[in-house]
Design a protein around this ligand. Structure first.
Ligand SMILES: *[C@@H]1O[C@H](CO)[C@@H](O)[C@H](O)[C@H]1NC(C)=O
Ligand SMILES: *[C@@H]1O[C@H](CO)[C@@H](O)[C@H](O)[C@H]1NC(C)=O
Ligand SMILES: *[C@@H]1O[C@H](CO)[C@@H](O)[C@H](O)[C@H]1NC(C)=O
Ligand SMILES: *[C@@H]1O[C@H](CO)[C@@H](O)[C@H](O)[C@H]1NC(C)=O
Ligand SMILES: *[C@@H]1O[C@H](CO)[C@@H](O)[C@H](O)[C@H]1NC(C)=O
Ligand SMILES: *[C@@H]1O[C@H](CO)[C@@H](O)[C@H](O)[C@H]1NC(C)=O
Length: 418
Protein backbone atom coordinates (compact mmCIF):
# COMPACT_ATOMS: atom_id res chain seq x y z
CA UNK A 1 0.00 0.00 0.00
CA UNK A 2 1.47 3.33 -1.03
CA UNK A 3 0.95 6.44 1.06
CA UNK A 4 1.55 9.97 -0.12
CA UNK A 5 1.25 13.20 1.79
CA UNK A 6 -0.26 16.23 0.13
CA UNK A 7 0.31 19.68 1.59
CA UNK A 8 -2.15 22.27 0.45
CA UNK A 9 -1.71 25.85 1.47
CA UNK A 10 -3.29 29.24 1.53
CA UNK A 11 -1.06 32.31 1.75
CA UNK A 12 -0.95 36.06 1.42
CA UNK A 13 1.90 37.78 -0.28
CA UNK A 14 4.36 39.17 2.20
CA UNK A 15 5.87 42.01 0.29
CA UNK A 16 4.52 45.36 1.41
CA UNK A 17 4.40 46.85 -2.07
CA UNK A 18 2.49 43.95 -3.47
CA UNK A 19 0.19 43.91 -0.52
CA UNK A 20 -0.66 47.53 -1.22
CA UNK A 21 -0.84 47.24 -4.97
CA UNK A 22 -2.96 44.19 -5.22
CA UNK A 23 -6.33 44.69 -3.76
CA UNK A 24 -7.57 41.39 -5.05
CA UNK A 25 -7.19 37.99 -3.61
CA UNK A 26 -4.08 37.94 -1.50
CA UNK A 27 -4.63 34.61 0.13
CA UNK A 28 -2.72 31.85 -1.53
CA UNK A 29 -3.70 28.27 -1.27
CA UNK A 30 -1.14 25.60 -1.92
CA UNK A 31 -1.19 21.83 -1.93
CA UNK A 32 1.96 19.77 -1.63
CA UNK A 33 2.46 16.05 -1.96
CA UNK A 34 4.81 14.28 0.38
CA UNK A 35 6.93 11.36 -0.79
CA UNK A 36 4.97 8.15 -1.14
CA UNK A 37 5.24 5.49 1.46
CA UNK A 38 4.03 1.95 1.41
CA UNK A 39 2.35 -0.14 4.07
CA UNK A 40 1.31 -3.73 4.39
CA UNK A 41 -1.22 -5.22 6.81
CA UNK A 42 -0.21 -4.47 10.40
CA UNK A 43 2.79 -2.42 9.33
CA UNK A 44 3.80 0.87 10.85
CA UNK A 45 5.06 3.94 9.08
CA UNK A 46 7.23 6.14 11.25
CA UNK A 47 9.37 8.37 9.17
CA UNK A 48 10.76 11.86 9.06
CA UNK A 49 11.02 13.66 5.75
CA UNK A 50 13.42 16.58 5.60
CA UNK A 51 13.24 19.67 3.44
CA UNK A 52 9.61 19.13 2.54
CA UNK A 53 7.88 21.41 0.09
CA UNK A 54 6.68 24.33 2.14
CA UNK A 55 5.85 27.94 1.42
CA UNK A 56 8.96 30.10 1.42
CA UNK A 57 9.34 33.70 2.39
CA UNK A 58 8.29 35.88 5.29
CA UNK A 59 4.67 34.93 5.71
CA UNK A 60 2.17 33.98 8.37
CA UNK A 61 0.34 30.69 8.54
CA UNK A 62 -3.40 30.88 9.05
CA UNK A 63 -4.35 27.23 9.22
CA UNK A 64 -2.87 23.85 8.72
CA UNK A 65 -4.82 20.69 7.96
CA UNK A 66 -4.02 17.16 7.04
CA UNK A 67 -5.73 14.20 5.54
CA UNK A 68 -5.02 10.65 4.49
CA UNK A 69 -6.10 9.95 0.93
CA UNK A 70 -5.41 7.19 -1.54
CA UNK A 71 -3.78 7.56 -4.93
CA UNK A 72 -7.10 8.45 -6.47
CA UNK A 73 -7.46 11.21 -3.89
CA UNK A 74 -10.11 9.43 -1.85
CA UNK A 75 -9.93 9.87 1.92
CA UNK A 76 -8.74 6.74 3.71
CA UNK A 77 -10.66 5.90 6.88
CA UNK A 78 -8.91 5.54 10.22
CA UNK A 79 -9.99 1.92 10.60
CA UNK A 80 -7.85 1.11 7.58
CA UNK A 81 -4.87 3.38 8.12
CA UNK A 82 -4.78 4.91 11.56
CA UNK A 83 -3.07 8.30 11.71
CA UNK A 84 -1.29 8.21 15.04
CA UNK A 85 0.28 11.60 14.44
CA UNK A 86 1.81 13.92 11.94
CA UNK A 87 4.18 16.68 12.97
CA UNK A 88 5.68 19.57 11.09
CA UNK A 89 8.69 21.37 12.48
CA UNK A 90 11.42 23.77 11.52
CA UNK A 91 15.19 23.74 11.31
CA UNK A 92 17.94 25.90 9.95
CA UNK A 93 20.31 24.21 7.54
CA UNK A 94 23.77 25.19 6.46
CA UNK A 95 24.61 21.83 4.92
CA UNK A 96 22.61 18.61 5.32
CA UNK A 97 25.12 17.63 8.01
CA UNK A 98 24.64 20.94 9.79
CA UNK A 99 21.03 21.20 10.84
CA UNK A 100 19.91 23.32 13.74
CA UNK A 101 16.47 22.33 14.92
CA UNK A 102 14.32 25.01 16.46
CA UNK A 103 11.21 24.40 18.50
CA UNK A 104 7.96 26.04 19.50
CA UNK A 105 7.84 28.22 22.58
CA UNK A 106 7.40 25.49 25.14
CA UNK A 107 7.26 23.94 27.59
CA UNK A 108 9.15 20.68 27.10
CA UNK A 109 12.87 20.34 26.80
CA UNK A 110 15.05 19.71 23.76
CA UNK A 111 13.08 18.49 20.77
CA UNK A 112 10.33 16.80 22.82
CA UNK A 113 6.99 18.12 21.54
CA UNK A 114 8.87 20.83 19.66
CA UNK A 115 6.66 20.76 16.56
CA UNK A 116 4.93 23.83 15.16
CA UNK A 117 1.98 21.86 13.80
CA UNK A 118 0.77 18.41 14.58
CA UNK A 119 -2.34 16.38 15.28
CA UNK A 120 -3.42 12.79 14.94
CA UNK A 121 -6.59 10.90 14.12
CA UNK A 122 -8.67 13.95 15.05
CA UNK A 123 -7.27 15.98 12.17
CA UNK A 124 -10.31 15.92 9.90
CA UNK A 125 -12.73 17.56 12.29
CA UNK A 126 -10.45 19.83 14.31
CA UNK A 127 -10.44 23.51 13.43
CA UNK A 128 -6.92 24.90 12.99
CA UNK A 129 -7.52 28.33 11.51
CA UNK A 130 -6.08 31.29 13.36
CA UNK A 131 -8.41 34.28 13.45
CA UNK A 132 -7.43 37.63 11.98
CA UNK A 133 -5.31 39.54 12.60
CA UNK A 134 -3.16 36.80 14.11
CA UNK A 135 -0.86 34.42 12.35
CA UNK A 136 2.10 32.11 12.87
CA UNK A 137 5.07 34.00 11.55
CA UNK A 138 7.60 32.00 9.54
CA UNK A 139 10.55 32.81 7.32
CA UNK A 140 11.48 35.96 9.20
CA UNK A 141 14.94 36.82 7.79
CA UNK A 142 15.86 38.46 11.09
CA UNK A 143 15.56 35.09 12.84
CA UNK A 144 17.40 32.95 10.30
CA UNK A 145 21.12 32.65 11.16
CA UNK A 146 23.57 33.99 8.60
CA UNK A 147 24.44 31.38 5.99
CA UNK A 148 21.50 29.15 6.92
CA UNK A 149 18.22 28.39 5.23
CA UNK A 150 14.93 27.80 7.00
CA UNK A 151 13.61 24.32 6.19
CA UNK A 152 10.79 22.13 7.39
CA UNK A 153 10.49 18.49 8.30
CA UNK A 154 7.44 16.28 8.32
CA UNK A 155 7.14 13.36 10.68
CA UNK A 156 4.45 10.78 9.91
CA UNK A 157 3.33 7.95 12.14
CA UNK A 158 0.65 5.78 10.59
CA UNK A 159 -0.48 2.29 11.55
CA UNK A 160 -2.08 -0.04 9.05
CA UNK A 161 -4.87 -1.96 10.79
CA UNK A 162 -6.66 -3.64 7.90
CA UNK A 163 -7.25 -7.26 8.75
CA UNK A 164 -5.69 -7.13 12.22
CA UNK A 165 -7.45 -8.82 15.10
CA UNK A 166 -6.99 -6.24 17.83
CA UNK A 167 -7.34 -2.79 16.27
CA UNK A 168 -7.37 -0.88 19.54
CA UNK A 169 -4.31 -2.79 20.75
CA UNK A 170 -2.51 -1.91 17.53
CA UNK A 171 -3.35 1.78 17.61
CA UNK A 172 -2.46 1.96 21.29
CA UNK A 173 0.91 0.43 20.41
CA UNK A 174 0.68 -2.43 22.91
CA UNK A 175 4.12 -3.96 23.23
CA UNK A 176 2.91 -7.56 23.39
CA UNK A 177 1.14 -7.18 20.04
CA UNK A 178 4.21 -5.70 18.39
CA UNK A 179 6.52 -8.33 19.91
CA UNK A 180 9.33 -5.92 20.60
CA UNK A 181 11.66 -5.78 23.56
CA UNK A 182 13.84 -2.88 22.43
CA UNK A 183 12.88 0.61 21.35
CA UNK A 184 13.70 2.19 18.00
CA UNK A 185 17.24 3.02 19.13
CA UNK A 186 17.84 -0.52 20.39
CA UNK A 187 17.52 0.32 24.07
CA UNK A 188 15.64 -2.21 26.20
CA UNK A 189 12.06 -1.28 26.99
CA UNK A 190 11.31 -1.18 30.71
CA UNK A 191 9.09 -4.08 31.85
CA UNK A 192 6.45 -1.72 33.24
CA UNK A 193 6.08 -0.01 29.86
CA UNK A 194 3.09 -1.84 28.40
CA UNK A 195 2.51 0.15 25.26
CA UNK A 196 3.14 3.39 23.41
CA UNK A 197 5.51 4.95 20.95
CA UNK A 198 8.48 2.86 22.10
CA UNK A 199 6.71 -0.26 20.85
CA UNK A 200 5.32 0.74 17.46
CA UNK A 201 8.08 2.50 15.68
CA UNK A 202 8.80 1.47 12.03
CA UNK A 203 10.49 3.09 9.94
CA UNK A 204 -4.95 45.84 5.40
CA UNK A 205 -4.49 44.63 8.44
CA UNK A 206 -1.38 43.79 10.26
CA UNK A 207 -0.42 40.38 11.38
CA UNK A 208 0.23 39.77 15.02
CA UNK A 209 2.40 36.71 15.45
CA UNK A 210 1.37 34.00 17.88
CA UNK A 211 3.66 31.80 19.89
CA UNK A 212 2.94 28.09 20.00
CA UNK A 213 3.05 26.28 23.33
CA UNK A 214 2.58 22.56 23.72
CA UNK A 215 1.62 21.56 27.25
CA UNK A 216 1.90 17.98 28.41
CA UNK A 217 -0.08 16.56 31.32
CA UNK A 218 2.81 14.17 32.05
CA UNK A 219 5.33 17.00 32.43
CA UNK A 220 7.13 16.48 35.74
CA UNK A 221 8.60 19.97 35.58
CA UNK A 222 12.10 18.55 35.88
CA UNK A 223 14.68 19.67 33.37
CA UNK A 224 17.93 17.78 33.68
CA UNK A 225 20.56 19.53 31.67
CA UNK A 226 21.92 17.46 28.82
CA UNK A 227 19.23 14.80 29.03
CA UNK A 228 17.15 14.72 25.90
CA UNK A 229 15.39 11.36 26.13
CA UNK A 230 11.92 10.85 27.50
CA UNK A 231 12.01 10.07 31.21
CA UNK A 232 10.44 11.34 34.43
CA UNK A 233 13.78 12.95 35.31
CA UNK A 234 13.52 15.00 32.18
CA UNK A 235 10.06 16.51 32.17
CA UNK A 236 7.67 15.61 29.38
CA UNK A 237 6.93 11.92 29.04
CA UNK A 238 4.45 12.57 26.20
CA UNK A 239 2.35 9.49 26.86
CA UNK A 240 0.90 7.62 29.81
CA UNK A 241 -1.22 4.60 30.61
CA UNK A 242 -4.75 4.51 31.98
CA UNK A 243 -5.58 1.65 34.31
CA UNK A 244 -9.05 0.24 34.26
CA UNK A 245 -11.18 1.09 37.25
CA UNK A 246 -12.06 -1.60 39.72
CA UNK A 247 -15.63 -2.42 40.55
CA UNK A 248 -15.42 -0.20 43.62
CA UNK A 249 -14.03 2.77 41.72
CA UNK A 250 -16.72 2.32 39.15
CA UNK A 251 -19.31 3.01 41.78
CA UNK A 252 -17.37 6.05 42.97
CA UNK A 253 -16.36 8.18 39.99
CA UNK A 254 -17.99 6.39 37.09
CA UNK A 255 -14.69 5.08 35.74
CA UNK A 256 -13.08 8.35 34.78
CA UNK A 257 -9.30 8.59 34.98
CA UNK A 258 -8.42 12.16 35.90
CA UNK A 259 -4.85 13.30 35.42
CA UNK A 260 -3.93 16.78 36.57
CA UNK A 261 -0.72 18.69 36.35
CA UNK A 262 0.52 22.17 37.18
CA UNK A 263 2.60 23.97 34.59
CA UNK A 264 4.35 27.29 34.92
CA UNK A 265 4.19 29.51 31.85
CA UNK A 266 7.53 31.18 31.09
CA UNK A 267 5.92 34.06 29.21
CA UNK A 268 2.44 35.49 28.98
CA UNK A 269 0.01 36.87 26.49
CA UNK A 270 -3.52 36.51 25.18
CA UNK A 271 -4.95 33.15 24.24
CA UNK A 272 -5.97 33.12 20.58
CA UNK A 273 -6.52 29.41 20.01
CA UNK A 274 -6.38 26.26 22.09
CA UNK A 275 -7.02 22.59 21.47
CA UNK A 276 -6.26 19.35 23.27
CA UNK A 277 -4.94 16.13 21.83
CA UNK A 278 -6.23 12.84 23.20
CA UNK A 279 -6.43 9.24 22.07
CA UNK A 280 -9.30 6.77 21.98
CA UNK A 281 -10.86 6.65 25.45
CA UNK A 282 -10.37 10.40 25.93
CA UNK A 283 -13.39 12.27 27.24
CA UNK A 284 -12.00 15.77 27.32
CA UNK A 285 -9.33 18.01 28.69
CA UNK A 286 -9.46 21.37 30.47
CA UNK A 287 -6.84 24.03 31.04
CA UNK A 288 -7.34 26.25 34.07
CA UNK A 289 -5.69 29.53 34.93
CA UNK A 290 -4.11 30.01 38.35
CA UNK A 291 -7.29 31.70 39.56
CA UNK A 292 -9.20 28.52 38.72
CA UNK A 293 -10.98 29.98 35.72
CA UNK A 294 -11.30 27.78 32.67
CA UNK A 295 -9.03 28.86 29.84
CA UNK A 296 -10.27 26.17 27.50
CA UNK A 297 -12.12 22.87 27.51
CA UNK A 298 -11.51 20.70 24.47
CA UNK A 299 -13.56 17.55 23.93
CA UNK A 300 -13.16 14.71 21.51
CA UNK A 301 -15.64 14.16 18.71
CA UNK A 302 -16.14 10.43 18.17
CA UNK A 303 -17.16 9.08 14.81
CA UNK A 304 -20.18 6.82 14.50
CA UNK A 305 -20.20 5.86 10.85
CA UNK A 306 -18.32 4.05 8.20
CA UNK A 307 -16.86 6.82 6.11
CA UNK A 308 -13.55 8.65 6.38
CA UNK A 309 -13.93 11.52 8.81
CA UNK A 310 -16.63 9.74 10.79
CA UNK A 311 -15.05 6.40 11.68
CA UNK A 312 -17.02 4.63 14.39
CA UNK A 313 -15.27 4.61 17.76
CA UNK A 314 -12.34 6.80 16.67
CA UNK A 315 -11.61 10.36 17.69
CA UNK A 316 -12.20 12.23 14.46
CA UNK A 317 -11.98 15.76 15.81
CA UNK A 318 -11.43 17.88 18.90
CA UNK A 319 -13.46 20.90 19.86
CA UNK A 320 -11.40 24.08 19.90
CA UNK A 321 -11.41 27.40 21.77
CA UNK A 322 -11.30 30.80 20.11
CA UNK A 323 -11.64 33.31 22.95
CA UNK A 324 -12.30 36.90 21.94
CA UNK A 325 -8.71 38.18 21.53
CA UNK A 326 -7.73 40.11 24.63
CA UNK A 327 -10.30 38.43 26.85
CA UNK A 328 -8.23 35.52 28.13
CA UNK A 329 -4.84 36.52 29.45
CA UNK A 330 -2.01 34.42 30.80
CA UNK A 331 0.70 36.18 32.76
CA UNK A 332 4.35 35.25 32.74
CA UNK A 333 5.03 32.89 35.63
CA UNK A 334 1.38 31.91 35.99
CA UNK A 335 0.78 28.35 37.17
CA UNK A 336 -1.76 26.69 34.91
CA UNK A 337 -3.51 23.43 35.74
CA UNK A 338 -3.98 20.96 32.93
CA UNK A 339 -6.52 18.17 33.40
CA UNK A 340 -6.89 15.24 31.03
CA UNK A 341 -9.79 12.82 31.48
CA UNK A 342 -10.08 9.34 30.11
CA UNK A 343 -12.77 6.71 30.30
CA UNK A 344 -11.18 4.03 32.43
CA UNK A 345 -13.72 1.27 31.88
CA UNK A 346 -10.87 -0.41 29.97
CA UNK A 347 -7.10 -0.25 30.20
CA UNK A 348 -5.44 2.10 27.72
CA UNK A 349 -1.79 2.38 26.82
CA UNK A 350 0.16 5.15 25.09
CA UNK A 351 -2.53 7.75 25.64
CA UNK A 352 -1.70 11.43 25.52
CA UNK A 353 -2.84 14.56 27.27
CA UNK A 354 -1.44 17.42 25.27
CA UNK A 355 -2.75 20.95 24.95
CA UNK A 356 -1.77 23.33 22.16
CA UNK A 357 -1.96 27.00 23.02
CA UNK A 358 -1.47 29.89 20.63
CA UNK A 359 -0.64 33.03 22.52
CA UNK A 360 -0.24 36.56 21.19
CA UNK A 361 1.70 39.27 22.99
CA UNK A 362 -0.98 41.78 22.13
CA UNK A 363 -4.61 41.99 21.19
CA UNK A 364 -5.65 43.95 18.09
CA UNK A 365 -7.11 46.96 19.81
CA UNK A 366 -3.91 47.60 21.74
CA UNK A 367 -1.26 49.87 20.31
CA UNK A 368 1.98 48.47 19.06
CA UNK A 369 4.03 50.91 21.09
CA UNK A 370 2.64 49.73 24.44
CA UNK A 371 2.44 45.97 24.38
CA UNK A 372 0.94 44.61 27.59
CA UNK A 373 3.64 42.02 27.96
CA UNK A 374 7.31 42.12 27.22
CA UNK A 375 8.07 41.46 23.57
CA UNK A 376 10.91 39.51 22.05
CA UNK A 377 13.54 41.56 20.29
CA UNK A 378 12.91 39.81 17.02
CA UNK A 379 9.28 40.75 17.09
CA UNK A 380 9.96 44.33 18.14
CA UNK A 381 12.32 44.73 15.21
CA UNK A 382 9.68 43.83 12.70
CA UNK A 383 6.68 45.51 14.26
CA UNK A 384 6.61 48.28 11.71
CA UNK A 385 6.90 45.90 8.79
CA UNK A 386 4.16 43.73 10.21
CA UNK A 387 1.84 46.64 10.72
CA UNK A 388 1.99 47.64 7.07
CA UNK A 389 1.87 44.20 5.58
CA UNK A 390 -1.73 43.91 4.65
CA UNK A 391 -2.36 40.32 5.39
CA UNK A 392 -0.78 37.03 5.04
CA UNK A 393 -2.19 33.63 5.39
CA UNK A 394 -1.61 30.06 4.72
CA UNK A 395 -3.33 26.80 5.11
CA UNK A 396 -1.72 23.50 4.68
CA UNK A 397 -3.47 20.29 3.97
CA UNK A 398 -1.56 17.12 4.28
CA UNK A 399 -3.07 14.21 2.57
CA UNK A 400 -1.79 10.74 2.62
CA UNK A 401 -2.53 8.56 -0.32
CA UNK A 402 -2.89 4.91 0.29
CA UNK A 403 -2.31 2.46 -2.45
CA UNK A 404 -1.10 -0.74 -3.86
CA UNK A 405 -0.18 -3.75 -1.86
CA UNK A 406 2.70 -5.35 -0.12
CA UNK A 407 4.48 -6.76 -3.15
CA UNK A 408 5.28 -3.25 -4.24
CA UNK A 409 6.67 -2.53 -0.85
CA UNK A 410 10.32 -3.32 -1.36
CA UNK A 411 10.60 -1.60 -4.69
CA UNK A 412 9.06 1.64 -3.53
CA UNK A 413 10.45 1.51 -0.04
CA UNK A 414 13.94 2.02 -1.34
CA UNK A 415 13.38 5.67 -2.14
CA UNK A 416 16.29 7.66 -0.84
CA UNK A 417 15.53 9.47 2.35
CA UNK A 418 17.77 12.23 3.49
C1 LIG B 1 23.50 25.45 15.97
O1 LIG B 1 23.39 24.73 17.18
C2 LIG B 1 24.61 24.64 17.86
C3 LIG B 1 24.41 23.74 19.05
O2 LIG B 1 23.09 23.67 19.44
C4 LIG B 1 25.09 26.02 18.27
O3 LIG B 1 26.32 25.93 18.93
C5 LIG B 1 25.25 26.85 17.02
O4 LIG B 1 25.58 28.18 17.38
C6 LIG B 1 23.97 26.86 16.23
N1 LIG B 1 24.22 27.55 14.99
C7 LIG B 1 23.41 28.46 14.55
C8 LIG B 1 23.79 29.08 13.24
O5 LIG B 1 22.39 28.82 15.13
C1 LIG C 1 8.80 -12.37 18.62
O1 LIG C 1 10.18 -12.02 18.51
C2 LIG C 1 11.05 -13.07 18.82
C3 LIG C 1 12.46 -12.55 18.83
O2 LIG C 1 12.59 -11.45 17.99
C4 LIG C 1 10.86 -14.19 17.79
O3 LIG C 1 11.71 -15.28 18.09
C5 LIG C 1 9.40 -14.65 17.87
O4 LIG C 1 9.16 -15.63 16.88
C6 LIG C 1 8.46 -13.48 17.66
N1 LIG C 1 7.08 -13.91 17.90
C7 LIG C 1 6.09 -13.61 17.09
C8 LIG C 1 4.74 -14.13 17.47
O5 LIG C 1 6.25 -12.97 16.07
C1 LIG D 1 -1.60 22.50 41.50
O1 LIG D 1 -1.97 23.76 42.00
C2 LIG D 1 -3.16 23.72 42.79
C3 LIG D 1 -3.56 25.16 43.10
O2 LIG D 1 -2.53 26.07 42.89
C4 LIG D 1 -2.88 22.89 44.02
O3 LIG D 1 -4.02 22.82 44.81
C5 LIG D 1 -2.48 21.49 43.59
O4 LIG D 1 -2.09 20.73 44.70
C6 LIG D 1 -1.33 21.51 42.62
N1 LIG D 1 -1.17 20.18 42.07
C7 LIG D 1 0.02 19.63 41.84
C8 LIG D 1 0.01 18.28 41.21
O5 LIG D 1 1.06 20.17 42.13
C1 LIG E 1 3.97 28.95 40.64
O1 LIG E 1 4.41 27.82 41.33
C2 LIG E 1 5.76 27.89 41.73
C3 LIG E 1 6.16 26.54 42.28
O2 LIG E 1 5.12 25.96 42.99
C4 LIG E 1 5.92 29.02 42.73
O3 LIG E 1 7.26 29.12 43.12
C5 LIG E 1 5.48 30.32 42.06
O4 LIG E 1 5.53 31.38 42.98
C6 LIG E 1 4.09 30.20 41.48
N1 LIG E 1 3.79 31.38 40.69
C7 LIG E 1 2.82 32.23 40.99
C8 LIG E 1 2.64 33.37 40.05
O5 LIG E 1 2.09 32.07 41.98
C1 LIG F 1 -16.93 4.54 29.23
O1 LIG F 1 -16.95 3.48 28.33
C2 LIG F 1 -17.94 2.54 28.61
C3 LIG F 1 -17.75 1.35 27.67
O2 LIG F 1 -17.47 1.78 26.37
C4 LIG F 1 -19.31 3.17 28.48
O3 LIG F 1 -20.32 2.26 28.79
C5 LIG F 1 -19.37 4.36 29.45
O4 LIG F 1 -20.58 5.05 29.28
C6 LIG F 1 -18.24 5.30 29.21
N1 LIG F 1 -18.23 6.32 30.26
C7 LIG F 1 -18.00 7.61 30.01
C8 LIG F 1 -17.98 8.51 31.21
O5 LIG F 1 -17.81 8.03 28.89
C1 LIG G 1 -6.20 -4.10 33.01
O1 LIG G 1 -4.90 -4.61 33.23
C2 LIG G 1 -4.73 -5.28 34.47
C3 LIG G 1 -3.29 -5.68 34.62
O2 LIG G 1 -2.45 -5.02 33.77
C4 LIG G 1 -5.64 -6.50 34.50
O3 LIG G 1 -5.52 -7.13 35.76
C5 LIG G 1 -7.07 -6.05 34.28
O4 LIG G 1 -7.92 -7.18 34.19
C6 LIG G 1 -7.21 -5.24 33.00
N1 LIG G 1 -8.56 -4.71 32.93
C7 LIG G 1 -9.33 -4.86 31.87
C8 LIG G 1 -10.70 -4.27 31.96
O5 LIG G 1 -8.98 -5.41 30.85
Amino acid sequence: MVLVLVLSMLAFDVSCTQAFLENGNRIKSRTFLSPEFIMGPGSVESKTYYDIDFPRGHIALKSFNAEVVDQAGNPVPLFETYFHHWLVGKYYEHRPSDRNFTRNSGLCQGQILGQYFGLGSETRKTATDIPDPFGIEIGNPAEIPEGYQEKWYLDVHAIETRGVEDRLGCIECRCDLYNVTNDEDGNPIKPDYKGGLQCCYGETRSVIPVEIFTLDVTDTGKRLHGLTGISPENGCQVEYAVESCTATNAAGNGCVDIKRNNLTMPTGGYVIYAVAHQHVGGIGSTLYGQDGNIICTSKPIYGNGNEAGNEDGYIVGMSTCYPEPGSVKITAGENLTLESNYNSTNNHTGVMGLFYLHIAKQAPHMTFSHPPVQMHESIKGTTYAWSIVVFIGLAVTIAVAVHSWLKEKERRWLQPSS
